[in-house]
Ligand binder design. Structure first.
Ligand SMILES: Nc1nc2c(ncn2[C@@H]2O[C@H](COP(=O)(O)OP(=O)(O)O)[C@@H](O)[C@H]2O)c(=O)[nH]1
Ligand SMILES: [Mg+2]
Length: 288
């Protein structure tokens, strides 16, 4: 998990590692590989498996106990902000979704199409996360919807603190939907709760059926998987059933939809999911 690096988390007490002359904090000690042998093992086929220690991840020069402590520090702060966001969304009746995927799976295309198609049914605003540029927020604004761009710099995920600030500026109207497009990668955003009602993982059919098995944390964290770019299926040897079976092995409760953000195929099923989930959420927060 990315938090062990500690880059960009100088506010965290007990900083994770010494800051090198380059200011980035990665010291390389020549000839000292492998202080910690308890976090990986060599399999018979010659592959090396890291993440076998109690922290589930390797960081050079850090003990497993120290990694766990750093992760706890970061994630417990994040979770406190996420809980605050979630309370705010529930009070306001805002239905928030956190879209996660690798870069280029079609998150922005999917959001643009959804906003256009649901213009008369649902008010939608968007928080866009990318390392650099505000291209995606501009794409959203072209639809007439309101959008705020967050650039994370070297960061590989949005966190709940960033989202809380963006929500203050954006002020999504009561009863609306808030789409949060996370930074594109299938690893780090899995660990960070933003206060959303659901994580939605988008996987495109050009990425291969095995991605849920290779990046299980993301598929375990999601409630819905959208398989996008179905219009390309005739040109590929992608097996949709096999991909869905892999995803269900990781997360048996995962719901799945196959769509094309380009042609619109399958999108009505997504809109039905969206409206039903938003309605269920609204009823639940009224009861609570
Ligand atoms: N053929 C096809 N291309 C798509 C589809 N959805 C997105 N794309 C293309 O995939 C590329 C990446 O899309 P984008 O929405 O920027 O992905 P993001 O990085 O996940 O936000 C762009 O060239 C899109 O036009 C789709 O359903 N079918
Ligand atoms: Mg995008």
């Amino acid at each position: 998990m990315c938090t062990v690096c500690g880059c960009g988390t100088s506010a965290i007490e007990g900083h994770t590692h010494e800051v090198g002359d380059d200011g980035h904090g990665h010291h390389h000690h020549d000839g000292h590989h492998g202080d910690d042998h308890d976090d990986h093992h060599h399999a018979e086929d010659g592959s090396v498996h890291y993440g076998k220690g109690i922290a589930g991840v390797h960081a050079p020069g850090m003990s497993q106990e120290r990694i766990i402590q750093v992760e706890k520090d970061i994630l417990s702060k994040n979770d406190a902000y996420a809980a605050e966001n979630r309370r705010h969304f529930e009070r306001q009746g805002v239905f928030a979704l956190n879209f996660v995927s690798s870069p280029g799976s079609g998150k922005t295309s999917l959001l643009v199409r959804t906003i256009k198609d649901l213009k008369d049914r649902l008010s939608i605003s968007v928080i866009e996360g990318d390392q650099q540029t505000s291209n995606d927020a501009a794409r959203i604004r072209e639809t007439g919807a309101r959008a705020i761009q967050i650039n994370t710099g070297k960061g590989c995920h949005l966190d709940a603190h960033m989202v809380g600030h963006a929500v203050e500026d954006l002020a999504p109207e009561p009863g609306s939907a808030l789409f949060i497009e996370n930074v594109g990668n299938l690893v780090c955003p899995a660990a960070f709760d933003l206060g959303e009602a659901h994580k939605v993982v988008v996987l495109s059919v050009t990425e291969g059926e095995d991605k849920p098995l290779k990046y299980p944390d993301m598929f375990a964290a999601a409630d819905l998987m959208i398989l996008n770019k179905a219009d390309l299926l005739p040109h590929l040897d992608f097996n949709t059933g096999f991909c869905i079976a892999n995803a269900l092995r990781v997360n048996p409760r995962l719901q799945t939809l196959t769509v094309s953000a380009r042609t619109g195929e399958g999108m009505e099923a997504f809109y039905a999911w969206l409206e039903a989930s938003a309605a269920r959420r609204a009823i639940r927060s009224k009861v609570a």
